[in-house]
Design a protein around this ligand. Sequence first.
Ligand code: SF4
Ligand code: SF4
Length: 205
Amino acid sequence: MYGLGMIKGFWVTLKHFVNSYTEDVQWLGRNYIDPEKLRLRQSSKGKGLFTIQYPNEKLEVPERFRYIPFLIYEEKDGKQEDRCTSCGICAKVCPPQCIWIVRTDDPVTKRPVPAPKEFYIDTDICMNCGYCAEFCPFDAIKMDHNYELASYDRTSAHVYDKAKLSKPLSYYASIRPTDYEAEEKARAEEEAKKAAKKAAAAKKE
Ligand code: SF4
Ligand code: SF4
């Protein structure tokens, strides 16, 4: 029958419209704040409204989601230890060239020290490709999940300095548990290999 498809479509819309209100009553007081409700609405069991009421509701991002990079530091003996050695590989491979690094110099000898004195990323230019994280030989730079970076201030707010970029290893472990576990395992294996090599060399002497 001509127009049957349209009637079916309107019926689906009407059902969702009415169910939006019945679900609102069912979830009274927890609507748009309970993540369980959002999961239900987004699933095939959702009967009413299925759009996201941002910013009251936010979709969970997948573990491999990537946005602006951040620098990892480890906490050892109450001190923050940067993983970054200021080797400059990330700045070199960055396609839009939005990373600037200033290496630390020894105050006495003036020789370079493998640590960044300054580290900047222009977040307006970064295209979230993840090359910096892929190429870093020290697992020192990783892609973040935080995508809420909008601000009215162009210069001071959007060019991230070292303090703003630095986050603890525990944060990385919380947003990317799978990668973190695999990297830590590989790191431990590498350390064990090095220790075995050292021990074998010492035995020969
Ligand atoms: S973040 Fe990694 S690649 Fe970039 S300078 Fe530091 S150690 Fe090198
Ligand atoms: S994610 Fe890509 S564009 Fe952004 S800083 Fe890293 S290499 Fe550059």
